[in-house]
Design a protein around this ligand. Sequence first.
Ligand code: THU
Length: 156
Amino acid sequence: MKKEEIQIVYQEYETLSELPPQERMLIEKAHEAAKNAYAPYSKYHVGAAILLKNGAIILGNNQENVAYPSGLCAERVAIFAASANYPKEEIKAVAITAIAKDSAIKSPPFPCGSCRQVLAEYENRQTTPIKYILSAASGKSIVMTGIENLLPFPFV
Ligand code: THU
């Protein structure tokens, strides 16, 4: 038996204004996308903005359904749309933010396990890592490059 350790690397920003301009711009796009989420059940509106190598920005937001499991998270709506419309284009960055109706969101919106698995597969299809920008509108932002910093042991 040998004991192993894994290191997770990320940058933390106290406020949105500290983020570099491109990251901030993507979070603003994700925020606009979150406003169009269809989330009548959870009232938790998530937005995702994906920057492709050709400069295109693909938006997604969570889409819920009265039959709960039939809905889909913002990240998967966005990344499936990106792959459907630009199947060959490299993904440079994924920005995610959330708006809750009755409370200020203080912690960054970390993607759920299923979204991490899906993000991992798209990142592994390309040669360069993806930058993930997770931002709470009224709190911290966390930025990491490479899915291994979000999902250390993906199913492959
Ligand atoms: N949600 C996302 O859009 N992304 C995540 O990574 C976590 C959760 C959505 C699903 C559901 O519509 C709502 O947030 C509450 O769970």
